[in-house]
Design a protein around this ligand. Sequence first.
Ligand code: ADP
Length: 328
Amino acid sequence: MGDSKASRKITVGILTSGGDCPGMNAAYRAVARVSMAKGYSVVAFRWGYKGLVESDALSVSYLDVADILQRGGTVLGSARCEEFTTEEGICSAMDSLKSWEIDYLVVIGGDGSLKGALRLARRGAKIIGIPKTIDNDVPELDNAIGFDSAVNTIVDSLTKLRDTASSHHRAFIIETMGRKSGWLALASGVAGGADVILIPEVPVDYPVLAQEVERRLRAWGAYVLIVVAEGAAKGDDVRTVLESLLKKPVDMRVTVLGHVQRGGSPSAFDRILASRLGYEAVNLIERGEYGVYIGLANNAIRSFPLERLEGEEREIDMELYEISKLLK
Ligand code: ADP
């Protein structure tokens, strides 16, 4: 597996792919800066796999990654790329790696992007994956880049919604992202002190939910904050079902947090995580290791074979869910 020390400089390719989230730039910067510190060349592809398929890339200089640590989104751009999933597309991607003389490709992306990276790896590309996702559903990992920032954004929104909910004696239904996973709703619900947290992993018991809302609103000045993961139900649907079950009308409001959750400056935690992962990616390159994704697992930086992404999905922390029920 090891690379013999060639006279030619090692070239590290980088791309960011899939849905954007805070911390992708911090990871890009870390991979680029540590690579440069080791004397490697760095090439970045624009627009994720689209740039790879179309050979749209730039030679990265020190200044290209200046002033991006604190920026959300991805300065390299990201896109969903259907073409990459075709035979023609993957061949173009491999050609492009060859023409830019990429020795190692670091893919900063979510579950889908890393599965795409596995296809490249199976064709012989030397891949290192750095997972990012606000859904936090990457197998084996504690936290993917972006999750902590998104949780902080939601908690901030919950604090604001609590003010208005309490002033008007209302029930607020706050819909979060998270796709099929309840991680984002659960973590932000616990951190934001939600009264009820609905996640896809636990079927919603609407009659019990209606009773809970009625019980809570009985007290003077009471209010209810219900956090619902998009994978459990749409906020509007929760409201409609509750309206049909509640004995007396309740003033209910639905807030869909939407793409606000993806944006903003990364948290300090995500910046540090991204920096550590960028460093580790280059360490692997130095040792001639590849075909893996890296991340925080049991509080240490570890690597896992890309094939692991085809295995069992990451399960939610049900203990945290049980704790949340005792805290409400
Ligand atoms: P994320 O990486 O955030 O999960 P997507 O699932 O949209 O985002 O994936 C981003 C891109 O990665 C897709 O547009 C596609 O080009 C590629 N991709 C996703 N899933 C696969 C797959 N199973 N096989 C090959 N490529 C994939």
